[in-house]
Design a protein around this ligand. Structure first.
Ligand SMILES: Cc1cc2nc3c(=O)[nH]c(=O)nc-3n(C[C@H](O)[C@H](O)[C@H](O)COP(=O)(O)OP(=O)(O)OC[C@H]3O[C@@H](n4cnc5c(N)ncnc54)[C@H](O)[C@@H]3O)c2cc1C
Length: 457
């Protein structure tokens, strides 16, 4: 008899993790607190409930990183993606689904699986014994949140995100922006030039403030308590407090000299900070916002140097429970301080239905392999799954860690392909071809031990 795997949370990640582990021949108990304990967003007691939009985003596996994640999940027999395709609705290139039929179908598949038992109960601590995956999502129950904080330290589990927009580095105009840390702080040249700076004249700053004040904003969902922390007020709220507030906050021009025009003192400066070890992504420092996406792109492109910027992700502030994964989790998604416990899904600091299910897929396979006496081969970094897990467990800057969706900025560059907008189609095709070949190889490497286990079960 092999050891039982306990999975807490039957959302996107927990459902996928249960499916993957059970198919590998491992007995799974899935603990879902609904309907006994409710969240403000879930409406049913189904597993795999989509809490808001009914879209899994782009299904294009050649030119889109989410579409590539879909492709990889399908190759791995992913329950969430297969079921989504079964209940697909017409939506152009997007994978939109009939949400009720989708969740009912996920629930039916898990209920019928001979290796899965489902219990409806809240788990409110991190057990010292047994093997566990916690996939409790952005609305992790209060009691469990407190138990996680007790284990990790209060500052390592956030209850709200504060996401600043992230720009692809190659789309920043370096004839306008320059590299410099404020007051050239830092021991090494790399640290002294860690930031990219975009200068503004007085007229540009005033026009920017007007655009911020006029932009359409999103509201918090019903049930989310609007809570801002002093350190992360939305920029438009700062602008509402006074037209000069930003110039004395994240846009202050002090300690910086424009390398292109050393004689001209900027009136305000927008700073961008590296967001990943690869140096392909930069976040706009202090620019968390509740502006609508369309408005954000229009407003941020008025910043000198960002006129042609492409955004890997736009900003937001949401109720969202997530770990500081780069410091807390090892490469196998285990809690460093309690390695019998894994985390998966949105609570690990990925963002979105697809990314959460993908992290469930990996955690389920990792835990199953461990129970069967194997170690899952390292997920290749140049796949969509690999790029994401690498980011959250090490590639991201731990100090400023915020949830991330999958995007090509997380991929290691391919040698010999043209940069910039013109080379984009070829580059993305290159990334997706490389990923598909590596993902297929990785799946092949696991066939032997999973089939042995399934025969024994
Ligand atoms: C209001 C809101 C709107 C969102 N809108 C979108 C959107 O439109 N598109 C998108 O892609 N993403 C959206 N998200 C993010 C979305 O929640 C995730 O993408 C996805 O659902 C995360 O999957 P998950 O499995 O990690 O968490 P979930 O799908 O939330 O699953 C977690 C499960 O764990 C259960 N649980 C929690 N605590 C416990 C416990 N202690 N014991 C037992 N069970 C527990 C919960 O009941 C839940 O079923 C939204 C999030 C919120 C909060």
């Amino acid at each position: 008899m092999t050891e039982t795997l306990h999975i807490v949370g039957g959302g996107m990640a927990g459902s996928e993790a249960a499916w993957q582990a059970a198919n590998a021949g491992v007995k799974v108990v899935l603990h879902e607190m609904r309907p006994k304990v409710k969240t403000f967003a879930h409406q049913t007691e189904n597993l795999g409930e989509m809490v808001c939009s009914n879209s899994f985003r782009s299904d294009d596996d050649e030119q889109n990183a989410v579409g590539l994640l879909h492709w990889e999940m399908r190759q791995a027999g992913g329950l969430i993606i297969e079921t989504a395709h079964k209940h697909r609705l017409p939506a152009g290139g997007a994978l939109a689904v009939d949400r009720e039929a989708f969740a009912e179908s996920v629930t039916a598949a898990l209920t019928a699986h001979p290796n899965i038992t489902i219990t409806h109960e809240e788990v409110s601590d991190l057990p010292a014994e047994g093997r566990w995956i916690f996939a409790t999502g952005p609305l992790t129950s209060e009691a469990l949140g407190a138990a996680i904080q007790a284990e990790t330290g209060a500052d390592r589990l956030a209850f709200f995100d504060a996401i600043a927009p992230i720009v692809y580095a190659e789309t920043i105009d370096m004839d306008v922006a320059w590299r410099q840390s404020r007051y050239d702080k830092g021991e090494t040249e790399e640290e002294q030039k860690a930031y990219l700076n975009c200068p503004m004249t007085k007229d540009q700053y005033e026009a920017f403030i007007d655009a911020l004040l006029d932009a359409d904003k999103t509201e918090f969902h019903e049930g989310e308590t609007a809570k801002y922390f002093d350190g992360c007020l939305p920029i438009e709220v700062m602008a509402e407090r006074g037209r000069e507030t930003l110039r004395h906050g994240p846009m202050k021009p002090v300690g910086l000299t424009n390398a292109h025009k050393p004689d001209q003192k900027p009136y305000a400066v927008v700073q961008l900070r590296r967001d990943n070890a690869l140096g392909t992504l930069y976040n706009i420092v202090g620019f968390q916002t509740k502006m609508k996406y369309g408005a954000q792109a229009a407003v941020f492109k008025t910043i000198p140097g960002l006129e042609n910027a492409s955004f890997a992700r736009l900003g937001g502030i949401h109720r969202n429970t997530f770990l500081n994964s780069p410091t807390l989790l090892d490469a196998q998604m285990r809690l460093r301080s309690k390695p019998n416990i894994r985390f998966a899904g949105q609570v690990t600091g990925v963002e979105g239905y697809v990314e959460s299910a993908a992290m469930g897929l990996l955690a389920g396979r990792m835990a199953a392999a461990e129970i069967l006496g194997h170690t899952l081969p390292t997920v290749p970094q140049d796949t969509a799954h690999g790029a994401l897990i690498h980011h959250i467990t090490g590639g991201a800057e731990a100090k400023t860690f915020q949830p991330m969706n999958v995007n090509f900025g997380l991929f290691r560059p391919l040698e010999g392909l043209k940069g910039g907008r013109r080379g984009r189609r070829d580059r993305y095709k290159g990334y997706t071809d490389r990923a598909k070949s590596e993902w297929s190889g990785w799946l092949e490497d696991q066939v032997n031990f999973t089939s042995e286990a399934t025969e024994k079960a």
